[in-house]
Design a binder for this molecule. Sequence first.
Ligand code: KIV
Ligand code: NA
Length: 270
Amino acid sequence: MKRLTVPAIRARKVNGVTGEPLVMLTAYTARQAQLLDAHCDLLLVGDSLGQVIYGLPSTVPVTLEMMANHGAAVVRGSYHSVVVVDMPFGSYEASPQQAFESAAFLMKQTDAAAVKLEGGAAMAPTVAFLNSRGIPVMGHVGLTPQAVNVLGGYGARGRSDAEAEKIVSDAKALDDAGAFAIVIEGVVEPIAIAATKAVACPTIGIGASAQCDGQVLVTEDMLGMFERVPRFVKRYEDIAGVIDRTVAQYAAEVRDRSFPTADQTYQPKA
Ligand code: KIV
Ligand code: NA
């Protein structure tokens, strides 16, 4: 299987219509990427790794070095999906030039095909700047977690008319600037649908709508690795429960010396 390309992803939406929705999941490690790759169109090395991997309180403290290290691991562990690496807070907002330096560092360190950044119209010139210099950009509007200190929390966006209009115009601005796809996160459904209709590029929903051109979830959330997840997460499995039961059995067997058995021990040749 040859690796998909950014233009192939962009071309999945033709004249406003996407046939089969795009499938995206987050991945942070090589092994995780190996397990997800064949099922996905895109793997996102999300800055959600701040909370999921590092136990940080938000994505704000995530560094370029963290993104580069995990991005490289995910590219090494995959051969089919387009790998997109999140630009962390503070690495791109100051200017298009700052964004280019950071994005080029991530592309060189990881060999990923694209970067993702948060923000709407304010980031459109940056998206155009990167795109025209060889760096494809995925946008991200609605609930943008790096702005948690401005937004005041992780609640759904687009409930007021002003906010709804801004989400749609932000998506349009990113589309006009050449974003190859746009994540719409935590947005009331009619506004997610309006934004999807308003842009030529595919939208990828998370807490948005089944009418987006694709969907993304944090893999650990959908696998049931956490007790508490946002409303928009469907927990497809109870991996935390599987791990708890499995580790409890291991601990009991170590303590009663029923592990290891003859199957797991080496004996001298007879
Ligand atoms: O960091 C992340 O995982 C994301 C997705 C949830 C869209 O940005
Ligand atoms: Na992110």
